[in-house]
Design a protein around this ligand. Structure first.
Ligand SMILES: [Zn+2]
Length: 253
């Protein structure tokens, strides 16, 4: 770490438990951001600012006018461009020392495993149940931790899963047969600060996992009701017979 890095990161280097070791661990880490909307773009910005070594961005969408109230990485001039292209430019300008790789494709059955091959963790910035089920399955197979987040209207939730899923998995929480019951923010609406708060809870968990600064609440679902101003923390229960995480039933996928 050179003098410029020491100055740049001086405030976080002072945080007990983060310090030089945490900064170096962060600089050596690569994180995949699946979905670069309200959750993923903000998470990427904060990880870039903190000094992450590499981010891999995946999103097939282009920027729309209706994204701007919450996806604050993007501006009016960006409308029509791929989110990952614009975000990669912004992140590169924020922190020239980091590596940004971007793919304007969906995280799906054919692309998923390959995208996980060289990263240390995955941040969920998607907006649907099917994509999260896929992230869950592929990260079990790759033994990678992932950080789920979701938000709609005035509510949100997030949970962190270890690579080994001893705490249970997303399939235990929301099995395959449970469909998207929220309809997503396109149908039901969302406030910018709601999705941003959830994104930053994901980032705090990622920083704790990568650097050891703080305890990651693995397998604890945190639910935020911003209308009533309440938070609940519910420990996940591993579901016996879960095809993804039950050690007796784990099937090659
Ligand atoms: Zn499970």
């Amino acid at each position: 770490m050179n003098d410029s890095d020491l100055e740049r990161y001086s405030r976080q280097l002072l945080v007990p438990g983060f310090e030089l070791e945490g900064q170096e661990a962060l600089a050596a880490a690569s994180v995949l951001i699946v979905g670069c909307g309200g959750l993923g773009a903000l998470a990427a910005q904060y990880l870039a600012a903190a000094g992450i070594g590499e981010l891999v961005l995946v999103d097939a969408d282009r920027i729309e006018l209706s994204n701007l109230p919450r996806q604050i990485a993007y501006t009016e001039d960006d409308i029509g461009r791929f989110k990952v292209e614009v975000l990669a430019e912004r992140l590169g300008a924020m922190n020239s020392a980091m590596t940004v790789v971007h793919h304007s494709i969906a995280f799906d059955e054919s692309s998923g495993l390959g995208l996980l091959s060289a990263v240390d963790a995955v941040v969920d910035g998607t907006d649907n149940h099917a994509a999260r089920l896929l992230i869950d399955r592929f990260t079990v197979q790759s033994e990678l931790p992932w950080f789920m987040g979701a938000a709609v209207q005035m509510a949100g939730q997030n949970i962190a899963f270890t690579g080994m899923r001893e705490e249970g998995c997303y399939h235990c929480l929301a099995p395959e047969h449970v469909g998207d019951n929220n309809g997503g923010c396109a149908a039901l609406g969302i406030l910018g600060p709601v999705v941003a708060t959830v994104a930053l809870r994901q980032v705090l968990d990622v920083l704790a996992a990568l650097t050891g600064v703080g305890t990651v609440p693995w397998g604890i679902l945190r639910q935020y009701d911003f209308r009533a101003n309440t938070t609940a923390a519910l420990p996940l229960q591993r579901r016996a017979g879960c095809v993804v995480c039950d050690p007796d039933l784990k099937t090659p996928m």
